[in-house]
Design a protein around this ligand. Structure first.
Ligand code: NAD
Length: 392
């Protein structure tokens, strides 16, 4: 079939297998060009391994440090008539590249929130990975979660807290900039969002792995977070998602205690805003990112997933130097984004931006190119007119 992008709102419902492989390959090339010198993780579990930050971390671990990786993802498989989701192709490509280098890589396509996922992962660690993992990356982006203890499914809500919030937002389909209002969340919606995106499942994973005795001495784990500043605060940090991320901070303390007997450590790593499937679904983020990319490119400091995660592993978690932690004990990879000058420039542009001057004042073109790349579109050297099988 000839595969073209089909965009519906903030998601593209098709994905190109050759383009997705190219996306993975580009990230591998970055890591190989920036090989770390020291010792790194050896046996890594990546929960949320197929897209965005989880995929990039897996690439850094496997191709930077030669680590064995076990990944968990929840992706749509292909049929003769329908493409798979991008993450499915990304993982297939990652596994192929790893096999060529003789690096162990296995992936489970299963709901990470379930008990079955934890059981299957433990079995594989025992059978394939020498019985222990020494790094666990927690990088899920999901709108809903079924609690394995009760079978109840919770949905997250992107809503404001306290009072409704109106902000400029960008409809990426129509390129129209217009005000967007986030309604106030009910107490139940706040609680549900915490249930889905908070730290409970990270705790459940670490408890299951620890109880099964598959964690190595000195094991490390990190969950990913975003904080942002004034511009995004009312819709992110100060909204329902921010409450969920505060719960991840809470879980970090609990997980750390659980790992104390193994001299292990748990961190929350705060990463910069980047274009991923999860971030493009958050209102205001596409406009914020289009503007941020422009400003950070001008500063020469713009980074994507792979630069962030590679920096996290090589300059923080596996560097010889001490970790640079904030007052809450979090690793901060977002400091260049949050620099006052950067935020001020973004804010100034934000105030002026309209549908008419969008392309001039922001780098919407770069945002859109990044978005299409997530689904394997827009890569040089890929023949998008060629007949390709969706089944890989
Ligand atoms: P993403 O959408 O690119 O990837 C999400 C991953 O989660 C995919 O691999 C998907 O398969 C997996 N997944 C979702 N539901 C699952 C389930 N039920 N079972 C198994 N796997 C499942 O997301 P992302 O933007 O890389 O976000 C990952 C983490 O990074 C999140 O915690 C997010 O808050 C954080 N983060 C993101 C940004 C950003 O700008 N994108 C910034 C800072 C922090």
């Amino acid at each position: 079939m000839i595969i073209k992008p089909k965009v519906r709102g903030f998601i593209c419902t098709t994905a190109h297998p050759v383009g997705c492989a190219k996306h993975v390959e580009e990230q591998i090339e970055y890591v190989k060009a920036n090989k770390p010198a020291g010792e790194g993780p050896k046996n890594v579990l990546v929960i949320g391994c197929s897209n965005g930050y989880g995929l990039a971390t897996r690439i850094s671990a496997a191709f930077g440090y030669g680590a064995n990786t076990l990944g968990v993802q929840f992706e749509k498989e292909p049929t003769e008539k329908r493409t798979a989701s991008a993450g499915y192709y990304n993982t297939k490509a990652f596994e192929d590249f790893a096999a060529k280098e003789g690096v162990y890589a296995k992936s489970l396509n299963i709901d990470a929130f379930s008990n079955e996922a934890k059981e299957q992962v433990i079995e594989l660690i025992k059978s394939d990975m020498g019985g222990k993992v020494d790094l666990i990356i927690y990088s899920l982006g999901s709108p809903r979660r079924t609690d394995p203890a009760t079978g109840t499914t919770y949905s997250s809500a992107l809503k404001a807290i306290g009072e409704p919030v109106t902000r400029k937002s960008l409809n990426t389909d129509t390129k129209q900039v217009a005000d967007f209002t986030l309604d106030i969340a009910t107490e139940e919606e706040i609680a549900n969002t915490i249930k889905v995106m908070g730290g409970e499942d990270w705790e459940l994973w670490i408890n299951a792995l620890a109880d099964a005795d598959v964690l190595a001495e000195g094991v490390k784990t990190t969950a990913y977070s975003y904080i942002g500043k004034e511009l995004t605060w009312p819709i992110y940090g100060g909204a329902t998602i921010g409450q969920a991320k505060a719960d991840v901070d809470r879980a970090q303390t609990v997980v750390n205690e659980k790992l104390a007997g193994l001299n292990g450590s748990a961190f929350v790593s705060v990463l910069k805003a980047v274009v991923t499937q999860s971030s493009s679904a958050i209102p205001v983020m596409p406009l914020y990112l289009s503007t941020l990319i422009k400003v950070m490119k001008e500063e020469g400091t713009n980074e994507g997933c792979i630069e962030q995660t590679h920096g996290l592993l090589t300059k923080e978690m596996y560097a010889d130097s001490e970790l640079t932690l904030d007052e809450a004990g979090r690793i901060r990879m977002d400091l260049l984004e949050l620099k006052d000058e950067v935020q001020k420039k973004v804010e100034d542009l934000w105030e002026q931006v309209t549908s008419e001057n969008l392309e001039e004042l922001t780098d919407f073109a770069a945002y859109q190119a990044e978005f299409f790349k997530l689904f394997g579109f827009g890569f040089d050297g890929v023949d998008y007119e060629a007949d390709v099988s969706p089944i890989v």
